[in-house]
Design a protein around this ligand. Structure first.
Ligand SMILES: NC(=O)c1ccc[n+]([C@@H]2O[C@H](COP(=O)([O-])OP(=O)(O)OC[C@H]3O[C@@H](n4cnc5c(N)ncnc54)[C@H](OP(=O)(O)O)[C@@H]3O)[C@@H](O)[C@H]2O)c1
Length: 270
């Protein structure tokens, strides 16, 4: 699997395992299993309640730590400069390792603290506590504010992105700013699995609808973090690097956009 180059020079695997809703008591086994199947990126967050298991899974895997990319996120309640620094310490202690990437989980514009939160991440990066810093669920005005005020561009904006919410304008802005788009809920709750456009591509390629959708994310230039707690699901989801979609198929996929979110609206969620 090739990696995406981040604007700070570090490299991010194109595909990883998301661990939202993986029970804390099984996370270590799930993560170690995924790593044994070739996953090199694990996407976690403090709010998922399973950072301890994530760290244990990375340690249990028979792979050098520097071969695995670990992400965590600062939860909304911990926004603000000092609280973010303390929240990072707590995440690091639970993980038992230094994450490679830390994200501001949501902008929470009504709180008005995302700029201070971002400044805290810059401090952590400058102190060498974390290699890369980024954001999640940020809209254009939030990105412009933090970049304008600090001169530091996030390496990643992790956003809801799937066939029914294609985010073309935000992706184009990311491209202009040098930000990697990372897709969350990339399978879109399976809502597009039976779509005839996806079914036809799946038949041509001899792949499943889920694999076609994940490959589509990669073709868009995104990093993608599907979750599966099943060994077979993990193996299926990473097996997308031996086929491509044609230009016509990418055009057909673009027609599936409904601009419809499954998750919360970043303008109000906090
Ligand atoms: N930054 C944010 O605000 C944010 C928000 C939401 C999610 N995320 C991140 O994004 C990750 C992925 O999003 P997600 O967990 O919401 O959804 P997802 O990865 O799009 O879908 C997960 C669901 O699809 C099923 N599934 C996985 N692979 C499948 C396959 N090949 N065929 C059929 N079904 C399959 C899984 O069930 P099985 O386990 O049974 O396979 C699970 O129910 C999260 O885990 C989290 O790390 C971030």
């Amino acid at each position: 699997m090739t990696k995406l180059k981040l604007n700070d020079g570090n490299r991010l695997p194109r595909l990883g395992l998301g661990v939202w809703q993986i029970p804390a008591e099984t996370t270590a086994r799930t993560v170690a299993g995924a790593i044994s199947r070739g996953y090199r990126l694990i996407d976690g967050a403090a709010i998922y309640g399973n950072e301890r298991g994530l760290g244990d899974g990375v340690r249990d895997a028979d792979i050098a730590r520097d071969q695995i990319f670990v992400t965590t996120k600062i939860w909304n309640d911990n926004q603000g400069f000092d609280k973010t620094l303390a929240a990072f310490d707590e995440s690091e202690a639970r993980l038992g390792l230094s994450p490679d990437l830390v994200l501001v989980h949501w902008p929470c514009p009504t709180k008005g603290r995302f700029l201070d939160t971002w400044r805290a991440l810059i401090r952590l990066r400058d102190e060498g506590r974390v290699r890369s810093i980024g954001v999640s669920n940020f809209l254009p005005d939030h990105l412009e504010r933090i970049i304008g005020e600090t001169g530091v561009t996030p390496v990643v904006n992790q956003i809801e992105l799937h066939p029914h919410l294609q985010q073309a304008e935000l992706r184009a802005l990311h491209d202009r700013l040098g930000i990697v788009t990372q897709s969350w809920t990339p399978l879109g709750g399976g809502r597009a699995f039976a779509d005839p456009v996806i079914a036809a591509i799946a038949t041509r390629c001899g792949k499943s609808p889920a694999q076609v959708i994940l490959r589509w994310h990669v073709e868009l230039g995104c990093s993608v973090i599907p979750r599966s707690s099943r060994a077979a699901g993990q193996a299926e989801n990473i097996d997308i690097f031996d086929f491509t979609l044609t230009a016509e198929e990418m055009t057909a996929m673009a027609t599936l956009d409904k601009g419809k979110r499954i998750g919360p609206d970043p303008t109000v969620f906090c």
